[in-house]
Each structure stands twice: as C-alpha cells, then as structure tokens.
Design a protein around this ligand. Structure first.
Ligand code: ADP
Length: 167
C-alpha cells in the first residue's frame, strides 16, 4: 500500500487544495489529508470545522482519508505509515518556504520524501487567505471553493458582524 500524507492548515479547504489532492490520489493507493490543529497562526475556523469542511468537500473520493494532527508532521507520517508528503507549489514565492520545510522534515525523518505537485492554471493564484477576503467583501467565486465552504464562510461573516453589533 503506497500511502501519502497531504498536510496543511486548510483554513478553509479550496478547489486548489482539492486539485492537488486529486492529483496525488491518482498516484498513490491512499492519500491522507492531515489537518493541522496547532498552526501557530490564528485560524478562521476551528480544527473541527476545518475537518468537517474537508470531509464534506471530499465526499465520494475513493482513496482519501481525513484526520487531524498536532505536533510534528513527520510524527504523523510515521504513525500513518506514509512514504511521502505531498505539498502544492503555486508560484516561486511558495518555493523558498516549501524547500526549507522539506529539508527540515527530511532531517527529522530521513525516510520521508516530499513530493511537490503543481495545480491547474486556474488555481495558481488561489489561497485560503484571498478567498476569505473576497467572500468577506461579498464577492461571488463559486468555481474556486466547494459550496460547503462558501456557505460556512458566509455564516462566519454573519456571526462576526453580529458580534461587532453587540459590542
Ligand atoms: P500550510 O499552512 O501548511 O501552508 P495550507 O492549507 O495553506 O497549509 O496549504 C497546504 C498545502 O497546499 C501547501 O503545500 C500549499 O502550498 C498548498 N496549496 C494551497 N493552496 C493551493 C493552490 N491553490 N494550489 C496548489 N497548492 C496549494
């Protein structure tokens, strides 16, 4: 069984993430989408919410498993028996960071190699951050995020605005 780990924050999952996931699932017998619970950054969605959105967005995809992890990604890879870690590369700007991450992970766990996949053109400039900004400003972008994510973001904005009104 050739298993790969696709770790990330997924705050929230976008069609860019899904594109990478589908590409990886064509190469490996099983791909584990691993949602980081401790990310070092403030997330819009809790880990449970991010997990649930990942579950909904990948419904019907055969060789995908979804879990959350805390601590080192290499420990998660060891525990799950993954032979490779999948990361998405968009622009050169991703490269420096991703390369240092791959080198560090290799040092921590020599048996784990990182495989970089490039998304389809239409997702090259897509990030969770830009999606959140556009939805916050009421922009409509159905072909860039799953429907469940669009709904969840709109709900978050509503909650946020209600909280502001109460203050
Ligand atoms: P992290 O905080 O670990 O970067 P992300 O959820 O932002 O977590 O991203 C997880 C992985 O998916 C990273 O390798 C990132 O480069 C990749 N990724 C994010 N958006 C896209 C996209 N639009 N196309 C391809 N890869 C992407």
């Amino acid at each position: 069984m050739k298993r790969a780990l696709y770790p990330g924050t997924f705050d929230p999952i976008t069609n860019g993430h899904l594109d990478i996931l589908k590409k990886a699932a064509r190469i490996f017998d099983e791909v584990i989408l691993a949602v980081a619970s401790i990310t070092g950054k403030d997330t819009t969605f809790t880990v449970e919410e991010r997990l649930e959105l990942c579950r909904q967005a990948t419904q019907g995809m055969a060789n995908i498993r979804i879990l959350s992890f805390d601590g080192l990604v290499v420990d998660c890879a060891r525990k799950t028996g993954a032979l490779a870690m999948i990361r998405g590369l968009r622009a050169i700007s991703d490269f420096e960071y991703e390369l240092s991450l791959a080198m560090m992970n290799k040092k921590l766990y020599g048996d784990l190699d990182t495989i970089f996949l490039v998304p389809d053109n239409k997702y090259l400039y897509l990030s969770s951050t830009i999606i959140k900004q556009v939805v916050y400003l009421n922009g409509n972008i159905p072909d860039l995020i799953p429907q469940c994510v669009e709904q969840a973001l709109k709900k978050k904005n509503l909650q946020h605005n209600n909280d502001l009104e109460k203050k």
